[in-house]
Design a protein. Structure first.
Length: 523
């Protein structure tokens, strides 16, 4: 692995050299592996999304959406703050501790993951028939079977995102994810050609694929941890006090539970309660697109790389200035990618949904646009959270989550007013805005952190100018060709406007170009 020299000894001390941690070289290699794997996984996930919405009936697809949303809720409830505890302290252990202490810390976290997931899956199995809506009670056996996916995929995801990511082992993480998605897609393809596929077959394919993904990630982690066996820690470093560590875990856990109350997963269940299973299928499909795009925004796509880098930059220097520079760059770059997508959705929403669902869902473009607008604050959400965790001010996250709950009554209000899916969508948007504003206000008032308002304003100016330009169609086209032409036009004009307005500072452009060893970023 780049950056490691564990087998080389210092002549004076006869101790192994300490490996260079979170260097530009290590980050570069990890990013390369990450992006390569994510490109493959993105393609496979998109194919799976389009395939399932076509081959399952509307009711079965709606039930599948509910089960996946339930799994996400269960993973959040059963996390008990462990992902953030790992995110904050695993980089510190890797930088300062001996290899023995690091490996012990890793396996303690994994053991806690297994304990929580197993306990939660068992309790849900016992309570499933009481948790199922009356009209969907006949799906109870399938929902109970899906708990195996919760256990297996939950553990695999926790190791990929919360252990391998801070260890900068994206190659292994992405191989396991791509293998899992490929096997799932292959199994679905085989079943489609053999029988009339039903939800039961989809769940079985999920279980088999999750078993393979989990075995790959566990084997790879065991092999990687052997690297740390002979590494000595830095003199004078002491492991963080358990009370301090669990204080962070506690604050982040209760904050995540609060944010969960107005998350898309909860709103999917509320939609099912108020609008029925068909509306749930539509909202679930839109949320899948929303989450698919959100997962590949730079701030979230690269978050498993950005997060340890942000934490490590503050641990190493104790400087808010360096943390602020990295955070502003990550936030602007995420918006730079997002804004053309929002403009494209604004122009093509109805046609895009019609083509993606093969005509199953129509006249839903405005709903998708609403979810795209929710991505603007979402693109900054985890960056801001990481800042306050890195500087040990995690208690503010709890207050941010509490203010975000004010968005939940909006969902009920619009649902009671028969405004359809606008209720949950407006709740998502307002919840994200309230959360971000609270953290930014705290940071500006109590630290030297300042958001790059000039850069963000320039990005909005670029987007507005492109939106005005592309309002005037040159040729009349229809179908998929129209979508590709508009996408190309929006992207081209956006890059041209960004080149003229330059939302990135010269120093930021230089850092990005240096990172990829090519002078590409001229915006």
């Amino acid at each position: 692995m780049p950056g490691y020299t564990a087998s080389i000894c210092c002549p004076a001390t006869n101790k192994p050299h300490e490996p260079a941690m979170y260097t530009a070289t290590e980050l570069k290699y990890s990013t390369l592996h990450f992006l390569t794997g994510k490109a493959v996984s993105a393609l496979l996930t998109f194919i799976i999304l389009l395939l399932l919405v076509r081959i399952l009936s509307t009711q079965e697809y709606g039930m599948y959406v509910l089960m996946v949303a339930g799994m996400e809720l269960a993973l959040a409830i059963l996390s008990f703050g462990l992902p953030w505890l790992s995110a904050r302290y695993l980089p510190e252990y890797r930088i300062h501790s001996s290899g023995r202490l690091l490996v012990q810390f890793v396996w303690k976290i994994i053991a806690l993951f297994v304990l929580m997931l197993s306990t939660g899956a068992f309790l849900l199995f016992l309570l499933m028939q009481w948790l199922m809506p009356i009209e969907l009670i006949h799906y109870t056996p399938i929902a109970q079977l899906f708990l195996a996916v919760l256990l297996l995929e939950g553990l695999s995801r926790r190791i990929r995102e919360n252990i391998l990511a801070p260890l900068m082992q994206q190659k292994l993480a992405q191989i396991s994810l791509a293998a899992r998605n490929f096997i799932f897609l292959m199994l679905i393809g085989i079943i489609v050609f053999q029988v009339d596929i039903q939800l039961y077959h989809v769940v079985l394919a999920e279980i088999i694929a999750s078993v393979v993904g989990t075995l790959i990630v566990l084997y790879g982690l065991i092999q990687h941890l052997k690297i740390y066996r002979n590494i000595s820690g830095k003199d004078g470093w002491q492991p963080p006090q358990p009370l301090k560590m669990w204080r962070i875990a506690r604050n982040m856990y209760f904050s995540s539970l609060i944010v969960l109350t107005y998350s898309p997963q909860i709103l999917i269940f509320i939609t099912q309660r108020y609008l029925g299973i068909e509306a749930t299928a539509l909202f679930g499909f839109l949320c899948k697109i929303y989450q698919q795009i959100a997962n590949y925004l730079p701030a979230k796509l690269l978050f498993n790389l950005i997060q340890p880098k942000l934490v490590a930059s503050y641990i190493n220097s104790g400087s808010m200035k360096e943390l602020m520079r990295n955070a502003n760059l990550a936030g602007k770059f995420s918006l730079f990618v997002l804004m053309p997508v929002i403009i494209f959705t604004w122009l093509t929403g109805d046609e895009l949904i019609y083509q993606l669902s093969s005509g199953k869902f129509m006249s839903s473009g405005s709903y998708l646009l609403g979810l795209m607008l929710a991505m603007i604050p979402l693109s900054q959400h985890r960056i801001l959270t990481t800042i306050v965790v890195a500087i040990d001010k995690n208690q503010i996250v709890l207050w941010s989550g509490l203010l975000g709950v004010l968005s939940l009554p909006l969902a009920y209000f619009f649902l009671e007013m028969d405004k359809g899916l606008w209720g949950p969508i407006i709740a998502i948007i307002s919840g994200q805005i309230l959360y971000n504003i609270t953290i930014i206000a705290y940071l500006v008032r109590n630290t030297s952190y300042r958001p790059d308002t000039t850069g963000f304003f320039k990005l909005m100016l670029v987007s507005f100018s492109v939106f005005i330009i592309v309002q005037f169609p040159i040729v009349q086209l229809h179908g998929v060709i129209k979508l590709f032409v508009i996408l190309f036009t929006v992207t081209s004009f956006f890059l041209l406007s960004a080149f003229l307005i330059k939302p990135f500072k010269a120093e930021e452009r230089a850092r990005l170009n240096s990172f990829i060893n090519k002078k590409i970023f001229v915006w």
